[in-house]
Write a protein that binds this ligand. Sequence first.
Ligand SMILES: Nc1ncnc2c1ncn2[C@@H]1O[C@H](COP(=O)(O)OP(=O)(O)O)[C@@H](O)[C@H]1O
Ligand SMILES: [Mg+2]
Length: 445
Amino acid sequence: MNGIKILFKEKLSRFYALFLIFLIPVLIIANSLWRINVYQNNMNQELTNKTQIVAAILSSSISDISTNIDTLQQKLVSIKQANKEIDEINFLRSSDVGFSIANSTNSENQGVIISDADLAKINTSGQPLVRSYVDKSQKPQKRFWLAANPVKSADGSTMGILTVRINTDEIDAISRTTITQSLVLLVFTVFIVFLLLINYFRFFEYFVNFRKIQQLDKMKDEFISMVSHEVKTPLATVKGYLDMMFQGLIGKYDENTRQHLQKISANINRLDILVSELLDVSRLEQERMQFDMQPADASKVIANVINEIGDQAKNKGLTLEHNVPKQLPPVFVDPDRLHQVVENLVGNAIKYTPSGKISIDYVLDKGDLKISVKDTGIGMSVEDSKRLFERFYRIKNEKTTDISGTGLGLWISKTIANHMNGDIVFESKENVGSKFTLILPFIKE
Ligand SMILES: Nc1ncnc2c1ncn2[C@@H]1O[C@H](COP(=O)(O)OP(=O)(O)O)[C@@H](O)[C@H]1O
Ligand SMILES: [Mg+2]
C-alpha cells in the first residue's frame, strides 16, 4: 500500500516537473509576444498623434492662402521638400461629383476626382481623420499614415481638406530592429530556462533516488534488527546447553570431546559478539538504544573491565598496567554503556598487540576526564586510520589477517561516547602502538 502511494507520488512529481519544463518557456514566450504587441500598439498610437499634429499645423498655416492656387502650390512643394517624412500633400476642394484635388505635390494627382465617404464626413463634421494603410503596389510594401484635416477660413467655414501622407520607413525600421532583438533575446532566454529546467529535473531525479536509498537503508536496518533478534534466541539456547555440558551436567566426556566442545564454544562466542554488535548498530542507528544516565565512577567500571578480560592479556603474555586511582571525579553516563566502551578499547588493545604492554591512564583536563588505553601493538598507518570509525571498516594487512572481528566495535564505542556527551580520539604509529582516549566531561561540584 505504501509502495503504491510512493509510486503514485513519484509519478505525480515527475509529471509536475515535465509540466514545468513546458509551461515556463511557454509563459515566457507568451509574455514576450504580448509585450511586443503592446509596444506596436503604443507605437501606432504615437504615430497617429504625430500625424494628426502635423496635419493640423499644416492646415492652419495654409488657411489664409488656400484661395490662391499658385501660392498654395509653391508652399506645399516647399513644405514637402523640407520634410523627408512627408510623402505627399494634397489640397481637395469639394465639388458636385465628390472632391477634386486642386493642389498636389504629386503632379499626377492634379485634377483627380475622389468620391470618398470619409472625406464627406470630414467636410460636414469638420473633424480630422487619421489612418494607416499599406501600399501594396510598392515593392517592398510600404506603410503610410494618412491624415485628412479640414482647412477652415477665418469665419469657421470649411474651405477644403488637406491630406498629408507620411511615410514611417525610419520608425518602422527602428521598430523592426527592436522587435528582432527582443525575439533573439527571447529565444536565448527560453533556451537558458530550458537548460535550467532540465537541470532541475535531473536534480529532482537525484532527490527521488536519494529517497529510495533512504528507504532501502531503513529496510536494511529493520532486516538486520529482525535477523539479529531471531538469531539471538537459538544462540542463547545453544550456549546454555554447552555450559551444562562443560559443567558435566549432561554425562561425561573424554579430553578429545572436551577440546571439540571448546572449539564449538569459541565459535558460538564469536557469533554471539557479532549478533550483539549488529543489534547495537541497529539500535543506535534507529535511536532505540536506551541510556540510563546517572553519576558514576569510571574507575569502578575500569576495574570491572580489567577483572573480566585481564586474563586475555595475561594469556597472551602481555603486561596490563592500571594507573587509575580507586576514585575519580564522577561522570554522568550509563555505567553499562561505559563498561561496553572501555571493554571495547581494552579488548582491541589486547587483540592488536602481539607482545609488550597495555597501560590504562587518566588525565583531568579542563572539566574533562580523559581515560587512555595505550598499547605497544601493531599500530596503523595514517592512511589506514582515516576511516577507522566507519562501520565494518577493518584494516587489512598481513598483521591483521588472522585476527577476527567485525569492524563495528569502534563505531559503536564512538557513537555511544557521543551520546554520553563524550568522544573518542586516537593516535597511532605503525609497528609502534596506539593510544585510544575516551573523553567524558566530569560533573563539577
Ligand atoms: N589498538 C589497536 N591497534 C591497532 N589497530 C586497531 C586497534 N584498535 C582498532 N584497530 C583497527 O581498527 C579496526 C576497527 O576496530 P573495531 O571497530 O574495534 O573492529 P574489530 O576489532 O572488530 O576489527 C580494527 O580492525 C583494527 O584494524
Ligand atoms: Mg574491536
